[in-house]
Design a binder for this molecule. Structure first.
Ligand SMILES: *Cc1c(COP(=O)(O)O)cnc(C)c1O
Length: 390
């Protein structure tokens, strides 16, 4: 325990040497580019709201960065997930396989569709859904009848699978994609945390049928609030745009809507911020990789594991992550760092422990429980003093 107090105190010194002596947040946004210019353009043009060129520009730039054919901007990442789930053809009463180690938005979006989450364990190295746990769950509990996958325990249809790329570390998405194809399960990647993360040369979010991003203030780049639906499927992209823009039929002046749509469009002002932010994304990623290197060296020989890229993976290092030896050590480290103005955070409470989601099936979640006891995120912003280099 004294070792952990000492490590926390060294962490504080090290963080201050990088970020300065003021309060050090986990991840704050950084604006070094054309943000103000683009915002002024919006204001001068009168197009600040739900129509405007910046939205299209931001969608195009993001699709180009990711290497996907289509991108549809939304008001936030949760809304993007909700609509992606609807597009997958999930019906009320269906089941969706996901991880318990995730931010609550993943699970909430499943609930909005009237579906039930089923929690599959994560992998200890990737921190995302374990393909082996997924395979074992399906082989022991599922059956495909007339091309539809059913859960033999509940009798319900398993319509979709939503793995998440935790903290920007790519999950075992290739293997998960193969399994989903084999079992006829629609694959949605929650890539909210993984903009700029790759498996080989392929960007996360391009392995499934659909993927969603978030541009919340704490993510790698931000639009204030915002999200996006990513796909290579033209029909799905058109439907995503339609549903998120009140399902209005195009007409010179008539207001006719052909289904219950949503007002989930990203405002032009937010997209303007996004256009400027994405111009800097490559630089941010370089600096974040350098910062991760520095943290990794710091934790060498400390007895604490620093989570790093798996083979053939390039994470965005959104949130740097360490694995303490047990929950007591974790709590002591969190206590000491946060008391001294260095923000550190544990992993989210497992979804399977939240009162709304307790009742749903899970596979035992051994690794999820093990990790939740031990994970700590440490300061990961792009440091201001890297400015000259950007
Ligand atoms: C940030 C995040 C979202 C979406 O969040 P919004 O705040 O609605 O943009 C979804 N899933 C995960 C895992 C996230 O981290």
């Amino acid at each position: 325990m004294n070792d952990i107090k000492l490590l926390a105190s060294k962490t504080i010194d090290f963080a201050q040497s990088i970020f300065g002596n003021d309060f050090i947040p986990l991840h704050r946004p950084i604006f070094l580019g054309n943000e103000k210019e683009y915002l002024i353009e919006c204001i001068d043009s009168n197009f600040v709201s739900s129509v405007g060129q910046k939205v299209t520009d931001f969608e195009d730039k993001t699709a180009e960065f990711i290497g996907s054919k289509y991108a549809v901007a939304t008001v936030n990442g949760t809304a993007a997930l909700q609509v992606a789930i609807e597009l997958s053809g999930v019906n009320s009463g269906d089941e969706i396989l996901t991880q318990a180690l995730t931010f609550v938005a993943t699970c909430n979006a499943i609930s909005y569709a009237g579906a039930s989450p089923v929690f599959i364990d994560v992998d200890k190295e990737s921190l995302g859904m374990s393909f082996l746990s997924l395979k074992i769950f399906l082989e022991s509990n599922a059956v495909v009848r007339h091309g539809i996958c059913y859960n033999k325990n509940s009798g319900k249809k398993i319509s979709a699978c939503i793995p998440m790329h935790t903290y920007g570390f790519p999950c075992e998405i290739k293997e998960i994609s193969d399994i989903c194809k084999e079992w006829n399960i629609f694959l949605i990647e929650d890539a909210a945390e993984s903009l700029g993360s790759y498996v080989g040369n392929k960007h996360t979010g391009t392995f499934g049928n659909l993927a969603t991003l978030s541009f919340n203030g704490n993510k790698v780049i931000t639009t204030g609030g915002g999200g996006m639906i990513i796909t290579d499927d033209e029909a799905l992209a058109k439907l995503a745009k339609h549903k998120t823009t009140t399902a209005k039929l195009p007409h010179a002046y008539e207001y006719v809507h052909d289904q219950i749509g949503y007002n989930y469009r990203m405002p032009n002002l937010n997209a303007a911020l996004g256009c400027a932010q994405i111009e800097k994304l490559k630089d941010f990623l370089l600096v974040k990789a350098k910062l991760a290197n520095m943290w990794e060296e710091f934790f060498l020989n400390s007895g604490i594991k620093f989570v790093n890229a798996r083979k053939n993976n390039r994470p965005n290092y959104w949130l740097n992550t360490i694995i303490l030896n047990n929950r007591m050590e974790r709590d002591a480290y969190l206590e000491a760092t946060n008391a001294n103005g260095v923000m550190t955070r544990p992993a989210w409470e497992l979804m399977s422990n939240l009162k709304m989601y307790k009742k749903f099936e899970n596979d035992g979640l051994l690794n999820s429980i093990w990790l939740q006891d031990r994970i700590v995120n440490i300061p990961s912003s792009v440091p201001y003093n890297f400015k000259e280099k950007l």
